[in-house]
Design a protein around this ligand. Structure first.
Ligand SMILES: [Zn+2]
Length: 148
């Protein structure tokens, strides 16, 4: 076997993935070939470094992921609190003015009142449906984060 053929088998040889015949061929070649032995040594070093990097960095990544998850949850929670508060204030303010300046005015046509009431009711249903969908997605995501 030529060197370039052996080189292609070296990674498999290193991981013990070759069959018995291939392993014997590689071993035989390595015994008589200095440069392929050097290549195998290089592969061993790469593998060693890769495994060290993995063991050292993995816990850190997990911690970073954990804190990112916590911050994201706090941010999202605060976002919902402020947005809900703002929405409630605006809705109360808007409803108050709408009732006082629109629905209670006798000069406004009953058809305009019915139309606006329909729009508001429809919008409210859509909003509730949207919020429920968002909350469902949010809790499912949290569930996935816990599972990870
Ligand atoms: Zn060789």
């Amino acid at each position: 076997m030529r060197c370039d053929e052996i080189r292609e088998l070296l990674a498999g040889y290193q991981d013990g993935e070759l069959d018995a015949a291939q392993t014997a061929q590689v071993r035989e070649h390595l015994a008589g070939c200095e440069s392929c032995r050097a290549e195998l040594a290089r592969l061993e070093r790469v593998k060693e470094v890769a495994s060290k990097v993995q063991y050292k960095d993995l816990p850190l990544e997990i911690w970073e992921g954990y804190w990112q998850g916590v911050y994201r949850r706090i941010e999202r929670g605060l976002g919902w609190v402020f947005a809900s508060f703002g929405a409630v204030v605006l809705i109360c303010f808007g409803l108050f003015h709408l009732i006082r300046d629109f629905f209670l005015r006798p000069e406004v046509s009953i058809f305009a009142k019915l139309g606006v009431a329909g729009l508001i009711a429809g919008g409210a249903f859509l909003l509730v449906s949207l919020i429920r969908e968002r909350m469902f997605a949010y809790y499912r995501e949290r569930y996935r984060e816990v599972q990870r």
